[in-house]
Write a protein that binds this ligand. Structure first.
Ligand code: ARG
Length: 478
């Protein structure tokens, strides 16, 4: 046995006179869920063994035998042939046990100058790097789907809402690009999380470091870390990287939830701005006519999981004394489940967006009801030198007049318009109506189709250079 004692985890040293109670074993084990870290645990051990060989803490022949054994364990894992057992508690001890079965006593040298406390921090950081990379690929795919839609509906007008009341006309492309921006910031946040997490914890050992002549920089280089952590106590007590990750997922889930809510509303009969393809709708077991947006509701509903995880971490960590505490083991189960569900949300939203149709006719009609061009009218007067507050008042009067006559602003007689303000001429009509209003927007970042097309091109370039391809202008961006 790696621990030198028959029956039980290698972590039970000679200090114990009894085997563990079965209840203790069942309660403390984490192998039922931390097995997903297997590949990272092995990668970490490979780097660690290479370092032990390099500095002479193990013989080269021992290093080779350990590396051979670990490679076999990885193969067994890939083929589903490893027999994980709660008897060996967690992934670290199970891998060590499997190694012992392959190469015998030499396996016991692998844990030199290492503790499970720095080992778990390593496994989690390696896992997190891969997850962030995958998540950011999914987010880019989602952005691409939004950009394709934004191109299709770049200059189609739709109502923009404040207080869920019709406010000002916007272009559908502009609306969709709002979410491209949000998901862009989400990727940044995940990127920051990855950057901060990308330092090697291994070598902190249990909490204090080691008296053995290890080479942490060497291990960091093998595993692609930017450097090594600076303080061994901080390292073994730290789970900030998981907090960052949970926060990044929470903010992004919140964006997904708001997008879902918009699309749910827009697809109702009442709004009627959007149609979701049959393949992405669900039916009712009783009402034959129903086509329900369950996917979007589930995405909205699953937001609670990420926020729950973040809350769980905040509570889990707040009272813990330095350094390692077994409470940390509770950081995993919810994490793995949450990230699976979260990635599922990203995938389903992308697929659904590739199967929606905005109803141009209804969006345009909606822009002609509710005097959404009143602000444009006020701004027209401002361009003619009228103070905004006065222009605002004048536009309000015209809205009143038009409402009494049950007509649009653009349908008022020129005499009626000039009766309210002499500076209003026939050409005011060019800024009225949905199309007139969006064409008149002139500020950077506004809903004018011209800015929408620029923004789409800009984002396409960004996504290209994120993939490592030069953008249309031949430059790589940061
Ligand atoms: N399974 C443990 C965890 O997830 C690994 C570290 C255990 N360390 C210890 N000293 N008991 O945190």
């Amino acid at each position: 046995m790696a621990g030198g004692k028959k029956g039980g985890s290698p972590s039970r040293s000679g200090v114990f006179n009894k085997p563990v109670d079965p209840l203790t074993e069942a309660f403390t084990q984490s192998i039922s869920f931390d097995r997903v870290l297997c590949k990272y645990d092995i990668a970490g051990s490979i780097a660690h063994a290479k370092m032990l060989g390099k500095v002479g803490l193990i013989k080269r022949s021992e290093e080779e035998s350990i590396l051979r054994g670990l490679a076999e364990i990885q193969r067994d894992y890939d083929e589903g042939k490893i027999n994980f057992s709660p008897e060996y508690e967690d992934i670290h001890m199970n891998v060590e046990k499997a190694l012992e079965e392959k190469i015998g006593e030499t396996a016991g040298k692998l844990h030199t100058a290492r503790s499970r406390n720095d080992q778990i921090a390593l496994d989690e950081r390696l896992w997190l790097r891969d997850e962030v990379d995958e998540i950011n690929r999914l987010l880019s795919a989602l952005q691409e789907a939004l950009l394709d839609l934004a191109s299709e509906y770049a200059s189609d007008v739709m109502p923009g809402y404040t207080h869920l009341q019709r406010a000002q006309p916007v272009t559908c492309g502009h609306y969709l690009l709002a979410y491209v921006e949000m998901f862009g910031r989400d990727k940044d946040r995940f990127g920051d999380t990855r950057r901060r997490a990308n330092v090697l914890p291994l070598g902190a050992c249990a909490l204090a470091g080691t008296s053995l002549p290890i080479d942490r920089q060497y291990v960091a280089a093998i595993l692609g870390f930017d450097g090594v952590t600076r303080n061994s106590m901080d390292t073994t007590a730290d789970r900030d990287y998981l907090l960052d990750f949970a926060y990044s997922m929470s903010v992004c889930s919140l964006h997904l939830s708001r997008l879902s809510e918009d699309l749910i509303l827009y697809s109702t009969t009442e709004f009627g701005l959007l149609e979701i393809d049959d393949a992405f709708c669900t039916g009712s077991s009783i009402m034959p006519q129903k086509r329900n947006p369950d996917l979007l509701e589930l995405v909205r509903g699953k937001t609670g999981r990420s926020i729950g995880l973040l809350t769980h971490y905040l509570i889990l960590l707040k009272g813990l004394p330095l350094t390692y505490n077994r409470d940390f083991q509770e950081d995993k189960e919810l994490l793995f489940e949450t990230v699976l569900q979260y990635k599922g949300c990203l995938q389903i939203i992308e697929a659904l967006l590739r199967n929606v149709r905005f109803r141009r006719d209804r969006m345009a009609e909606a822009c002609e009801v509710g005097y959404m061009d009143a602000t444009a009218l006020a701004e027209y007067l401002v361009r003619r030198g009228i103070p905004f507050r006065q222009a605002h008042h004048v536009a309000g009067k015209l809205v009143n007049l038009a409402a009494q006559k049950h007509v649009k602003l653009a349908e008022l007689e020129i005499g009626e318009i000039q009766g309210v303000h002499a500076l209003l001429g026939e050409e005011v009509r060019t800024v009225l109506g949905g199309k007139g209003v969006v064409q008149a927007y002139a500020s950077e970042g506004s809903a004018n189709p011209k800015f929408v097309l620029n923004a789409i091109e800009d984002w396409r370039g960004r996504l290209k250079s994120e993939r490592g391809e030069p953008d249309a202008k031949g430059k790589r961006r940061k």
